[in-house]
Each structure stands twice: as structure tokens, then as C-alpha cells.
Design a protein around this ligand. Structure first.
Ligand code: COA
Length: 407
């Protein structure tokens, strides 16, 4: 077993510059807004305009960690792009991102898929590549990028969103060192899927919640058996982050994690409810700020929680421990832990997520509905164009444009 310390060296985020107020959507659908803001716990969602797709979201997130003093392009030896919003059945999102970022030819590049778990899959594979020594001092770039789309007027419509998170994985990470042992659970279930001929996902919503919670139990069982923890997650960690398709799901997950701990240690129900409420308020709820305002971002969802934690906790980060739970329908799940590095507050200070959220333009419900089924030729108005954008399809080939980037 190697003694290399491996983890997340840097983190870049991106979400489209348009948002929809979900109380407004609820009113227009004849739904009580409290069901959405309290029942699901979400307030807004980011909406991808026609000139954004999984490629541009991912590339716009990744460009925020490139070209600075800390990372040169030729240091990257592997690019893993996780998405369930693929743009082609054969050609990977990653190879478009590779070109748009100007990455070196000597860079293993591929796309990963396992619903919302794909980002964590990429993180783990990249960490193991670095830990094994195969990286030879180079770094991996893992990009989780998605547009969560369900049918208009469906109950799942309120759990959409769009965004991407890019993670730089390397030795002696400046943000978060990953513990090498994690707990994994996989099982074939039909809770959420997107057949090859569909743009919008299909979901058995209530069943997907049950599958998520069953997978959490399974991943925790595996983690306990392998890591043999001396303290339960809620005592050992300063923060607990869960895959968050909607914020209430993180509450349900946390209640399940606490019940798992009570069962494992042979306690009855005494004190469980109070302990759940107290630990939820201290360890989970403060880090859901991005999820409440962006909505579901599938592969990137867990990492937006990490970004919000990093940005919000700031100087309190160094030395603190975080537990993370990732779930992807279908299904595969993983529970893992990490410790924030001495330099983490400085890295976190450059993320800029709060500012990105605050400067989005609100859409009307009519504009949102139009964006959901756009003509591909639509281009942004002056001032609305992101650094990297989708131009359209010519001769079955996707075309992209990028503004000049530094170095
Ligand atoms: N005021 C406050 N809360 C209200 C309410 C009101 N007027 N009306 C309903 N609620 C609550 C419900 O009690 C429920 O809370 P609970 O789950 O704690 O019991 C919550 O709002 C949702 O209500 P529900 O009737 O279950 O919603 P729904 O049938 O619209 O389905 C999802 C919700 C999440 C299943 C649906 O949005 C979906 O399928 N989303 C996509 C799949 C997904 O995200 N899965 C997650 C696991 S990957």
C-alpha cells in the first residue's frame, strides 16, 4: 500500500447565467409553492440556454482551474468527463472539452457514465491512478457536467438544474486529501433512466428515493467493514455531504445515516430523532445553499455541495474532516471521507460560486419553456455569451466557439 497523499488539488465551478424561480413555476403549474420550497427544499434552478450543453458547461468549469500559476495544461495526463447528458453515442464529451481547453495530446481522455455516480467514479479512478504511481507526477482533470431534464408539467420538473464542477486530482492536494478506503454498493434497479431516443429522463420518483436510501445503507455497511471506524460519521466529521437531487433528499439521507449508526451500535430509538435534527442542522443543512439555488446537476450535485462548503466555511476548513455520499441511479453508490488541507482556505477563496449565482438573469416561465425546446441556431445576446459556447450542428457535427483564453 502506497503512502502517497492524494486528493482534490483545485476545484472550478460553472452554472449557466439563467435561473428560474421555482415558486413562480409552481404557481403556473397550479402547485402549492410550499410543496417545492419546503417539501422538496429547493428555491431556484439554473436553466441551460440553447448555446450551452454538457460540453460547454464542463469546459467553462474546467477553464477556471487552468492557466493560473498553480496548474499548467501540460501537467494534465488524464481527462475524465462524467455526464449523463452525452451529446453523441460514440464521440465522448471529453474530447470536445480536451480541444476547447487546449490540453496536451498525451492525455488519456474519455467519458464516464453511471447516472449521478459518474463524477465520483471519475474522482476515485483518478485518485487511484495518482496513488498507484502511474501518473508519474502528472495530474488528472475530472469534470462532472450535466443538465437535469424531465418532461415539462411532470412532478420531476421541479428537480431540474444545470451545472458542472471540475476537479484537479493530484499528490499533496491543496484542497482535500482523500482517505484511501471507501464503501461501495451496486445493484441493478430501474429507478431512473434515459432511453437512447429520449432527451428527457424517465424516473420512478418515489422508488428512486427508496433505492437511494437502500444504497446508502449498503455503502455504509461496506465502509464500516473496510475502514473499521472508531467514531461514527456524525461524530468524526465536521460536515456531511450527500448527493442532492433536491435538498429534502439530503435530509432523508442524513436521517438514514443516523438510523444506520443507531442500528449498528445496538441502540433502540431513544435519542435518535433529537440527534438527527441536531446533526442535520450543524453538519448538513449549511452546505445545501448551492443545491437550493441551482437544482439538480446529476454528476456534479455532490461536488457543488463540496464547493459551497469550501467557499462558506473558509478559514474553518483546514484540518476538518468531511464525509461524502454519492448515489447514481441504476444503481451505484459510494461513501468516502477526506480531510481539508492546510492551504484549503486559500483555494476555496477563489471558487467564486456565490458571485456566479448572484449574477444569473431571472427567466419568466414562458422563456424557460421556450428554452426547453429551442431552435439550435439561437445565439446569446451581447453580454450573455459564456467563454465557451455551442454554435449548432452542421453536417451532423457539433460546433463550438471559445473566446480567447489566457496561456
Ligand atoms: N407544503 C409543504 N410540503 C408539502 C406540501 C405542501 N403544500 N405538499 C407536499 N409536501 C411534501 C410531501 O409531504 C413530501 O415530503 P416528504 O417526502 O418528506 O414526505 C414532499 O413535499 C414531496 O411531495 P411528493 O408528493 O412526494 O412529491 P412528488 O410526487 O411531486 O415527487 C419527487 C417528488 C422527488 C419524487 C419527484 O420530484 C421526482 O421524481 N424527482 C426526480 C427523481 C429524483 O430526484 N429522485 C431522487 C433520488 S435519485
Amino acid at each position: 500500500m502506497t503512502t502517497r497523499t492524494v486528493g482534490i488539488d483545485d476545484l472550478g465551478v460553472y452554472t449557466p447565467s439563467h435561473r428560474l424561480d421555482l415558486e413562480e413555476l409552481a404557481r403556473s403549474r397550479g402547485v402549492d409553492p410550499a410543496k417545492i420550497t419546503i417539501g422538496l427544499g429547493v428555491q431556484q434552478m439554473s436553466v441551460a440556454p440553447p448555446w450551452e450543453d454538457a460540453v460547454t458547461l464542463g469546459a467553462n468549469a474546467a477553464r477556471r482551474v487552468l492557466g493560473g500559476e498553480t496548474l499548467q495544461r501540460d501537467e494534465i495526463g488524464m481527462l475524465l468527463v462524467a455526464t449523463e447528458t452525452a451529446v453523441d453515442h460514440a464521440k465522448p464529451v471529453g474530447i470536445f472539452v480536451h480541444e476547447l481547453l487546449g490540453l496536451p495530446a498525451s492525455c488519456r481522455t474519455l467519458e464516464l457514465k453511471h447516472a449521478c455516480y459518474g463524477g465520483t467514479a471519475g474522482l476515485m479512478l483518478a485518485a487511484e491512478w495518482v496513488r498507484s504511481g502511474a501518473a508519474r507526477g502528472r495530474k488528472a482533470l475530472v469534470v462532472a457536467t450535466d443538465i437535469a431534464r424531465y418532461d415539462l408539467h411532470s412532478s420531476a420538473e421541479f428537480t431540474q438544474g444545470a451545472g458542472a464542477v471540475a476537479l484537479v486530482i493530484g499528490e499533496a492536494p491543496r484542497l482535500l486529501a482523500l482517505d484511501p478506503v471507501s464503501g461501495v454498493y451496486a445493484k441493478n434497479v430501474y429507478d431512473f433512466w434515459r432511453p437512447l431516443d429520449r432527451r428527457e429522463a424517465l424516473v420512478d420518483g418515489k422508488f428512486s428515493v427508496d433505492c437511494y436510501l437502500e444504497a446508502l445503507d449498503g455503502a455504509l455497511d461496506d465502509w464500516v467493514a473496510l475502514a473499521r471506524p472508531t467514531a461514527p460519521p456524525a461524530a468524526a466529521c465536521g460536515a456531511l455531504l450527500y448527493h442532492t437531487p433536491f435538498p429534502k433528499m439530503a435530509y432523508k439521507a442524513h436521517a438514514r445515516l443516523m438510523a444506520h449508526e443507531w442500528r449498528r451500535t445496538g441502540r433502540g430509538a431513544d435519542g435518535l430523532t433529537d440527534a438527527t435534527e441536531q446533526t442535520y442542522a450543524a453538519l448538513v443543512d449549511p452546505w445545501l445553499g448551492a443545491a437550493r439555488r441551482i437544482g439538480n446537476t446529476y454528476t456534479a450535485s455532490l461536488f457543488f455541495c463540496l464547493a459551497w462548503l469550501a467557499e462558506t466555511a473558509g478559514d474553518r476548513l483546514p484540518g476538518s474532516t468531511v464525509g461524502l455520499f454519492s448515489y447514481g441511479s441504476g444503481c451505484c453508490a459510494e461513501y468516502f471521507t477526506g480531510r481539508f488541507a492546510p492551504d484549503s482556505a486559500a483555494v476555496a477563496a477563489r471558487i467564486g460560486l456565490g458571485n456566479m449565482l448572484a449574477t444569473r438573469r431571472p427567466l419568466s416561465v414562458e422563456e424557460y419553456e421556450w428554452y426547453a425546446h429551442p431552435a439550435t441556431t439561437v445565439q446569446p445576446a451581447a453580454g450573455e455569451a459564456p467563454a465557451i459556447r455551442f454554435l449548432g450542428i452542421e453536417d451532423h457535427k457539433r460546433r463550438y466557439a471559445r473566446l480567447e483564453m489566457h496561456s
